[in-house]
Design a protein around this ligand. Structure first.
Ligand code: PLP
Length: 391
């Protein structure tokens, strides 16, 4: 008999009942160090007082009014994002997938309004992840995500990850945009090198096409800058944001330049819940903390420490780990052992990590992690690796 919850998830037998900062408490009382953060969602850890206060204060006042009316919390968050980024304008969604939908629509509408309606194709890359909607799976294109779900949304061109020549050769009169994650998350923590991101930006400018960045996982302070593309000194035309921006409350956004958004006039897009007062109250609280230069500097300091400790861990367990990679507090351990076995051994050692493609385990601690917790994490990962090596 089919389970009452549609069985699309492979769940670990863990039942968390409370979160406190970087810690998750299991129903049986065990305390797990959370190096997954709900896949980079709980950016400020669990139960951050500023977020709890923002949500509960808003919940006492007003939950929902519809985008038919003014939503001051939404206006304030849009103003903040515009002030802190390349963007001139913001549309709020409830998820990264919905942000992907709008990014695709916006890019096509841009060329349509510019008198080039044939420019509909979006170049994407192997290993990418843009959500599970029809556009999202067509964008990623992997057999794992698309098999049996055809006909797929047309208009996506899939290229090998980081092959600049292939990109240059693929652009033609039908190309609308290039879409990529500056650091691939699900694909196995693969950063696009700065010089290659710069080259893609230059290519887009030369060809009159748009650069869309998916910063759903790598954005909102995760890499030590507010958004990951800032490391390369470039800006996108359109950017997808979600996960960390809501700190655990469902919230996403599409940020865009005025030019890229030119086609999105009244009535061309909408959402019932997107940008509702609850989500935006929390989003404002997240941005107030994460966008502060001192907070970002602290992320970089801790990221340096963690990376150094992880290099030591890899050196100590060459039969389990191959390398450390990633950026800031978005790190991956490429495994020699089966990554699922390492994640499982982590559970036994009471540390949460997240598997990714390419036999990687992801380390995505809360951005508020303490130095003592970093040490504790490496101790627990060491115990997990020892157990894996012992078979
Ligand atoms: C998680 C993720 C998405 C999808 O976001 P949802 O909120 O699950 O819809 C899209 N892109 C990237 C890079 C992601 O990590």
């Amino acid at each position: 008999m089919i389970p009452s919850v549609l069985p699309t998830y492979n769940r670990a037998p863990l039942n968390f009942v409370k979160g406190e900062g970087s810690w998750l408490v299991e129903a049986d009382g065990r305390r797990f160090l959370d190096f997954g953060s709900g896949i980079a969602v709980n950016a400020l850890g669990h139960g951050h007082p500023a977020l709890v206060d923002a949500l509960t204060t808003q919940a006492q006042a007003l939950w929902h009014v519809s985008n038919l009316y003014q939503i001051p919390q939404q206006q304030a968050l849009a103003d903040k994002l515009v002030a802190e980024t390349f963007a001139d304008t913001v549309f709020f969604t409830n998820s990264g997938t919905e942000a992907c939908e709008l990014a695709v629509k916006m890019a096509r509408k841009y060329h349509y309004e510019a008198g080039q309606p044939e420019r509909v194709e979006i170049i994407t890359f192997d290993g990418s992840f843009h959500g599970r909607s029809s556009a999202g799976i067509a964008a990623a294109g992997s057999e794992k995500m698309t098999k049996g779900f055809g006909p797929l949304l047309p208009g996506f061109v899939h290229l090998p990850w980081n092959d600049q020549e292939a990109v240059a050769a693929a652009i033609d009169e039908k190309t609308a945009a290039i879409l990529l994650e500056p650091v691939q998350g699900e694909g196995g923590i693969k950063p696009m090198p700065d010089q290659d991101l710069k080259a893609l930006r230059a290519l887009c400018d030369a060809q009159g096409i748009l650069l869309i960045l998916d910063e759903v996982q790598c954005g909102v302070g995760r890499t030590g800058r507010l958004f990951a593309h800032e490391w390369a000194g470039i800006t996108p035309d359109i950017m997808m944001v979600a996960k960390g921006i809501g700190g655990g409350f469902p919230l996403g956004a599409v940020l865009a330049t005025e030019a890229a958004a030119a086609g999105m006039t009244v009535g061309t897009h909408g959402s019932t819940y997107g940008g509702n007062p609850l989500g935006c109250a929390v989003g404002n609280a997240v941005m107030n903390i994460v966008a502060a230069p001192e907070f970002l500097a602290e992320i970089n300091r801790k990221a340096g420490l963690l990376r150094q400790k992880l290099e030591g861990l890899v050196a100590a367990h060459p039969e389990v780990f191959e390398e450390v990679r990633g950026s800031g507090l978005m790190l991956g351990l490429k495994c020699k052992a089966l990554n699922a076995d390492v994640v499982k051994a982590g559970y036994a050692a009471e540390i949460i990590t997240v598997p990714a493609a390419d036999n990687v385990i992801r380390l995505l601690p809360a951005l508020t992690i303490t130095e003592a917790e970093l040490d504790e994490a490496v101790t627990r990962l060491d115990a997990a690796a020892t157990a894996v090596a012992a078979g």
